[in-house]
Ligand binder design. Structure first.
Ligand code: G4P
Length: 289
């Protein structure tokens, strides 16, 4: 049986501190222009796909969380996470930006999330000032897909507004809401190795810097414990034995062979991740509320 190197190598991945600082500075500027932060998280890893810095950057702003890619995550967990974030004071909507599911609820939720601002404006005698919003989230969470899907039809760019929003493009969603067309990029926080592993599972870290076999063993371990029956259902293998034996069984089931009939564990690992990320293993949440 094959033995594997211990340790997950991605902890050495550099997160480009220069880009991070620039993105953060840009966001600080953009946040000054807006009333509402629409934060996208990945519904499969709602905590690991957040960067808590946004809480500090966005204090005094109305806040919304979208559980994006909810088509890929466990429905029960989606509800549990929705409740979790609502208890923390966020307005929350489950969405699937690729199919536009959940988009209808968002317009109403925006009004709801900003009701204090609307009330403040009303008391000051300001009428019909549109709510300004921006989308933020870590790379690959679906920001562009969401903006296209949500604003696609109403994609009337308002153009630059001299003086106030030089160089900024706003998308007018309706009379009441304008969305900044460039999303704010948050960097994932890597304080905890488990966070890195979960982000690697969902494909938020380039696979070529990762030890995919080691990662596959982790995913196999998780699935067997939390979603028993998943691997046997997909690959027709028995879920008994060690993680390495299960990876071996997947390699055999999928005919992953190198020259000389040696099993190709890496290929089997890539198949497993392709299946997982594409939703072919079913709806799975990696981080439970
Ligand atoms: P970003 O701007 O935050 O970096 O993310 P982006 O919109 O580029 O989306 C990253 C990937 O996630 C894209 O897949 C996109 O289609 C997918 N995606 C976004 N929202 C959802 C969702 O709600 N559900 C699912 N299942 N997928 C979603 P890709 O493979 O990189 O591109 P493509 O092949 O879809 O074009």
């Amino acid at each position: 049986m094959k033995t594997f190197k211990k340790g997950i190598e991605f902890m050495n991945v550099q997160w480009y501190p220069g880009h991070m600082t620039k993105a953060k500075r840009q966001m600080q500027e953009d946040i000054k222009l807006i009333d509402l932060i629409i934060e996208l998280v990945d519904a499969r890893v709602p905590l690991s796909s957040r960067n808590p810095d946004i809480d500090e950057l966005g204090k005094n702003k109305s806040r919304m969380i979208l559980l994006n890619k909810s088509d890929l995550s466990d429905e029960k967990q989606n509800d549990a996470w929705k409740e979790y974030f609502q208890k923390k004071g966020f307005s929350v909507v489950k969405v699937d930006s690729r199919s536009s599911a959940g988009m209808k609820g968002i317009q109403n939720m925006i009004q709801e999330a900003c009701k204090e601002k609307i009330e403040r404006d009303r008391r000051k005698g300001i009428k019909n000032r549109p709510i300004r919003a921006m989308v933020v989230g870590i790379p690959n969470v679906g920001k562009s897909t969401f903006i296209n899907s949500f604003a696609g039809r109403a994609c009337a760019k308002t153009g630059n507004k001299p003086g106030v929003t030089k160089g900024k493009q706003w998308i007018r969603l309706n009379k009441g809401v304008e969305l900044l067309d460039t999303p704010g990029i948050l960097w994932p926080k890597f304080d905890d190795q488990e966070v890195g592993i979960r982000l690697a599972f969902i494909g938020s870290i380039k696979d070529d810097v990762l030890n995919m076999e080691e990662l596959a063993l982790r995913l196999i371990g998780f699935l067997c414990t939390q979603y028993p029956g998943t691997l046997s259902g997909r690959y027709g293998i028995a879920e008994t034995g060690s993680e390495v034996e299960l990876l071996e069984a997947i390699a055999k089931a999928r005919g992953c062979l190198k020259k000389g009939e040696e099993l190709d564990y890496e290929k089997a690992s890539l198949i497993l991740f392709d299946d997982f990320r594409g939703g072919k293993l079913g709806k799975i949440t990696l981080e439970w509320a």
